[in-house]
Design a protein around this ligand. Structure first.
Ligand code: ASP
Ligand code: MG
Length: 423
């Protein structure tokens, strides 16, 4: 008998009938002879609605209370799903993240899982119950406060449970049929990948592909948990996220896995920084003080006459004002002329493990952007990824142009987006 961990996202449990449909699906898996553990997200847009409510009653909601509020969303869907399963005559029990043994760091709003002690879940499985676990939440051991894992954190809950329980597979159910070569909302002819490696998926997720959160892929790679991304609205085989050597011959894999895009970042340019040892260190120490995560960094060559240079970097727009305020506060220490902020940027990334041993990929990528009239503002690369920052309003054109230049279109017609808002 195998153990299957399933994750259902908010759009899969958006109302009573959706919950009943998912319950049916879980029961079918159980009746097929598997042990089943489920991680579930809050219904529909509940998390966004709770966030809006918090901001309506407070100008600066305390992070601890915010987590108390947001974890309520997953508690509701968990209890309702368990009731729906029991109505089908199958035994099931619901658990909060803390009850399931999800231990996290203290960082409210973006805690990391440090351990899972799934004693109660194991006991439920042993007693032949289906265990339904509230996603996206855990507990900090010292304070005993509830924490949340950051948006989309239920993916990580599912993979962490799968790793701790030694599950055979972690099935991530979402509102599209799998991982596509581009967001089907932008490129309707995007092709579903049958398999993708952890490292490619990690780069796709970190570059804005919303189908899985990066943390969950990191976790799966570390513990070698096979992920099957599939739709809760169809029975179609989805995409397997696996290690490179798991199955098949890596040489047979396509060169390019896909195109990702991201509109959530902003760009800060610090103008007139002295081109002497220590300047960059001072600037980024300042940014680190504001607790911001940096993505790309570009430093220009300095003008010989002035010995001054410009440094640009990108970061999540949500962190933008905080970083900017800190840079302004430390102006004298850093010693720059001016600072500029731009949140109308977009980033497009091309990802594929085959880039390592194929030449001409960058040339083809840049040519596609040129033909689409897209101007490049920043470039960064890794051995399996090329990313470019451009204007936000040009991003959809850029994605379509690059997708077709690399001949990633499906021959099987348009991808189906079953629901959800894609946010
Ligand atoms: N409900 C949370 C969110 O909307 C967590 C999740 O869906 O995974 O981000
Ligand atoms: Mg969600």
């Amino acid at each position: 008998m195998s153990l299957v961990v399933q994750k259902y996202g908010g759009s899969s449990v958006s109302d009573a009938s959706a919950i009943k449909r998912v319950a049916q699906r879980i029961v079918e898996t159980k009746r097929a002879g598997h042990s089943v553990v489920v991680a579930v997200s809050a219904m529909g847009d509940t998390t966004d609605e709770l966030l809006e409510l918090a901001n309506a009653v407070s100008s600066d909601p305390p992070p601890r209370e915010m987590d108390m509020l947001l974890t309520a969303g997953e508690r509701i869907s968990t209890a309702l799903l368990t009731m729906a399963i029991r109505d089908l005559g199958v035994s099931a029990q619901s658990f909060t993240g803390p009850q399931a043994g999800v231990i996290t760091t203290e960082h409210h709003g973006r805690a990391r899982i440090i351990d899972v002690t799934p004693g109660r879940i194991q006991k439920a499985i042993d007693e032949d119950h289906i265990a339904i676990v509230a996603g996206f939440q855990g507990i900090h051991e010292d304070t005993q406060d509830v924490t949340t894992l950051g948006r989309g954190g239920t993916d990580t809950t599912a993979v962490a449970l799968a790793a701790a329980l030694g599950a055979d597979v972690c099935e991530i159910y979402t509102d599209v049929d799998g991982v596509f070569t581009a967001d089907p909302r932008i490129v309707p002819t995007a092709r579903k990948l049958s398999r993708v490696t952890y490292e490619e998926m990690l780069d796709l997720a970190a570059s804005g592909a919303k189908v899985l959160v990066p943390r969950c892929v990191e976790y799966a790679r570390r513990y070698n948990v096979p992920i099957h991304v599939r739709s809760s609205f169809s029975a179609i085989e989805g995409t397997w996220v696996v290690s490179e050597t798991k199955d098949g011959d890596p040489m047979e894999d396509p060169i390019i896995a896909g195109v990702a895009h991201d509109r959530s970042e902003a760009k800060i340019t610090v103008i007139g920084v002295p081109d002497v040892p220590g300047s960059a260190a001072r600037l980024f120490e300042t940014v680190a003080k504001a607790d911001c995560n940096i993505d790309m960094i570009v430093q220009n060559v300095s003008a010989v006459e002035t010995g001054l240079t410009d440094i640009s970097f990108t970061l999540p727009a949500a962190d933008g004002t905080r970083a900017l305020a800190q840079i302004e506060a430390d102006k004298a220490e850093i010693g720059y002329d001016e600072v500029a902020y731009d949140d109308t940027i977009g980033k497009i990334s091309l990802v594929g493990a085959g880039m390592r041993n194929n030449s001409g990929i960058s040339a083809k990528f840049f040519a596609a952007l040129r033909d689409a009239g897209v101007n490049i503002e920043m470039i960064s690369t890794s051995d399996i990824r090329i990313s470019v920052v451009t204007r936000s309003e040009k991003l959809d054109d850029a994605v379509r142009a690059v997708h077709s230049a690399f001949e990633l279109d499906s021959s099987e017609g348009e991808a189906v987006v079953y629901g959800g808002t894609g946010r």
